[in-house]
Ligand binder design. Structure first.
Ligand code: SF4
Length: 195
C-alpha cells in the first residue's frame, strides 16, 4: 500500500533559519502556522460553488392549485421574506423556473398541464409536493383527485400538513437546499422520470 502523502514541513524543505543557533529546537510558531495553513483557508470545488449558487437563485414557477397556494404566496411577504435566498422571483414561464411547488390537490384534468409545465422547465429542476393533497391525495380519496403528484412527476421534498404553514414550506425549501449542496442529485436522476 502506498504511503500516505503529508505536507512537508519547512525544515524538510531546507529552511533551518531558527535552528542555526539551536538545532534541537522544535518547529517554530511560523512553521506550525504554515503546517495547518490549508485548514485555515476556505477551499472549495467548482461543483460545490455551482451548487451553492444554484440554491441562492432557485426560482419557483408561478403555479398554484388550491388552498395550499395561499400559504405558498405568503412566503414572499416581508414576514417570511424568501428573498433572503434569492428566491422571490416566481417566474411565469417554466423555461425560467427550476422549482415546481405543487401546492394543492391535483385533479386528473390538471395532471397533463402540470406534467407539461414540468417538462418545459430546464434542468436541473426540483419538485416540492406541498401539503397532504399533493403528496398523497389527502382526504380526497375519490375518482377525481390524483392520489399523489409523484405518480406523474418525481418529487424531491414532501411537506406535510393541511395546509402546511409557510414555516413548513420554508423548512422544506431549506432541506432541499441542504440536500443539493451536499451533492444529492435531483429526484428525476435518482428515481427516473415517470411516464
Ligand atoms: S392539503 Fe389542505 S390546504 Fe392543502 S390543498 Fe389539501 S385541503 Fe387544501
Amino acid at each position: 500500500m502506498a504511503a500516505v502523502d503529508r505536507p512537508k514541513r519547512l525544515a524538510e524543505l531546507g529552511l533551518h533559519s531558527e535552528r542555526v543557533m539551536w538545532r534541537t529546537k522544535g518547529p517554530g510558531k511560523f512553521e506550525n502556522e504554515l503546517a495547518d495553513l490549508e485548514s485555515r483557508l476556505g477551499l472549495t470545488t467548482l461543483e460545490k460553488a455551482v451548487a451553492w449558487s444554484q440554491t441562492k437563485s432557485m426560482w419557483p414557477d408561478t403555479f398554484g392549485l388550491a388552498c395550499c397556494a395561499i400559504e405558498m404566496m405568503s412566503i414572499v411577504s416581508a414576514r417570511y421574506d424568501i428573498a433572503r435566498f434569492g428566491m422571490e422571483a416566481f417566474r411565469s414561464s417554466p423555461r425560467q423556473a427550476d422549482l415546481l411547488i405543487v401546492s394543492g390537490r391535483v385533479a386528473h384534468k390538471m395532471a397533463e398541464p402540470l406534467r407539461q409545465i414540468y417538462d418545459q422547465m430546464l434542468e436541473p429542476k426540483w419538485v416540492i409536493a406541498m401539503g397532504v393533497c399533493a403528496s398523497s391525495g389527502g382526504m380526497f380519496n375519490n375518482y377525481t383527485i390524483l392520489q399523489g403528484v409523484d405518480r406523474i412527476v418525481p418529487v424531491d421534498i414532501y411537506v406535510p400538513f393541511c395546509p402546511p404553514r409557510p414555516e413548513a414550506l420554508m423548512e422544506g425549501i431549506i432541506r432541499l437546499h441542504e440536500a443539493h449542496q451536499a451533492g444529492v442529485p435531483p429526484a428525476y436522476e435518482r428515481v427516473g422520470v415517470a411516464q
